[in-house]
Write a protein that binds this ligand. Structure first.
Ligand code: FE2
Length: 400
């Protein structure tokens, strides 16, 4: 939901007769709407009614959300998960591994090695992926969106799509936004345009191209749809890529994180300056290479903080993260509300005098507490919380 976009041929007015100029055959509208009929929408024009299908049945395929429940110790602690240890392989439709979740978001990592041979529809939320490794394209009725390493991908709830990868080594950090993805309201003016001091511009988004590179006729007819975490397999009567044109606000996009414009102050600015996208109950932030604070006595490293209303998750992508020792690409830290957190011992002092940082990371702050899945427990580094322990002089007791 960035701005209005259009591709292909559309009639002058919605809901009016629109025919193929060669054959005279009528095109069929599909109104793709949010918030009932009060929210953003797109209108697509198909060669065949989008409702036609051959079969519908429950499906055993697809990823699952498996809460750890009582297996997860209740004690508040700083946590670290290693996505390198998650199983890799298969197609994205099966390869997604949910790690942390609440009613608003599901945070996952996927390490697919193959392109999807069927289409996927997520009926539970908008999918935001950060491409930590790999490249390829999103194929959808809206057209084709090419993507590269370090792009965000935003795929609207209910959108038929599949990801086609260029190679076998792919890793996606995912946020399923169950209460809706949106651009932060403070980025827009009253007309809805992105303001000149927003973190990005309208020109920074990669939008679908129709017909793109998709071969409409040879596209799969098989669609796996997830709703309430249950899966349905549908076989369509024709290709879902039979769209001759569309316009509207709802469509998949890519956004290179390199287009995010960082801000630097005289002294350290709060993490809110890194906000990139938002969804109900959560914000998504980008930490990108940038110059650091300009005051001669500035401490560039983040100050220890108790952000008592937020759980915080960081996916480390590249560079040397200022505040962490021994935390490399692919690691995911989880600092729940209720535990003060901040730099590793020594990092605060060591940052004084630094003029720039090359860190690259994606952060999710949620307002409702997150819970772990069984898969998260299996790749947790239990010693992480203890990395803040210090030995008190003259005592044999370690304190944290
Ligand atoms: Fe924090």
């Amino acid at each position: 939901m960035i701005d209005r976009w259009t591709q292909g041929s559309i009639p002058e007015k919605p809901h009016t007769v629109f025919r193929d100029p060669k054959s005279g055959a009528i095109f069929y509208e599909e109104c793709f709407t949010r918030m009932g009929f009060d929210g953003p929408y797109s209108i697509l024009y198909h060669r065949r009614p989008p409702t036609q299908e051959v079969s519908t049945e429950s499906a055993e395929r697809g990823f699952r959300l498996r809460p750890a429940g009582a297996a997860d110790p209740a004690a508040l602690r700083r946590r670290l998960f290693d996505s390198d240890r998650l199983a890799a392989g298969g197609a994205l439709i099966d390869a997604r591994t949910p790690l942390l979740f609440n009613a608003d978001v599901v945070i996952s990592v996927s390490r697919p090695s193959e392109s999807d041979s069927a289409f996927f529809v997520n009926g539970d939320g908008d999918d935001v992926y950060f491409v930590e490794a790999g490249s390829g394209r999103i194929e959808s009725p809206f057209g084709t969106v090419p993507f590269r390493k370090h792009d965000y991908l935003v795929i609207p709830k209910g959108c038929i799509h599949r990801l086609l990868f260029d190679g076998p080594a792919n890793r996606l950090f995912g946020i399923e936004c169950r209460r809706g993805f949106h651009v932060p309201a403070q980025f827009r003016n009253d007309a809805g345009q992105l303001k000149m001091d927003a973190a990005y511009t309208h020109r920074d988004f990669v939008r679908p191209t129709l017909p793109g590179t998709a071969d409409t006729e040879s596209a799969p007819r098989e669609v796996f749809a997830k709703k309430d975490d249950a899966w349905t397999r549908r076989v369509l009567a024709g290709s879902p890529l039979d769209v001759v044109g569309w316009d509207g606000y709802v469509y998949p996009v890519a956004f290179p994180i390199s287009k995010f414009q960082p801000k630097t102050g005289m002294i350290h600015l709060p993490p809110t300056i890194h906000i990139t996208f938002a969804s109900g109950g959560a914000v998504i932030c980008s930490f990108v290479p940038r110059v650091t604070d300009t005051h001669p006595n500035a401490i560039p490293c983040p100050y220890p903080h108790s952000s008592v209303d937020c759980d915080e998750v960081i996916f480390y992508v590249d560079g040397n993260f200022t505040s962490r020792r021994g935390v490399g690409p692919g690691a995911i830290s989880f600092h729940p509300a209720g535990v003060p957190h901040g730099p590793h011992p020594g990092a605060y002092e060591a940052s004084i005098g630094a003029k720039s940082t090359k860190e690259l990371a994606v952060m999710i702050d949620t307002f409702a507490p997150l819970r772990a899945t069984a898969e998260a427990l299996a790749v947790e580094s239990p010693e992480y919380h203890d990395s803040w322990k210090i030995r008190v002089e003259g005592s044999t007791t370690e304190i944290t």
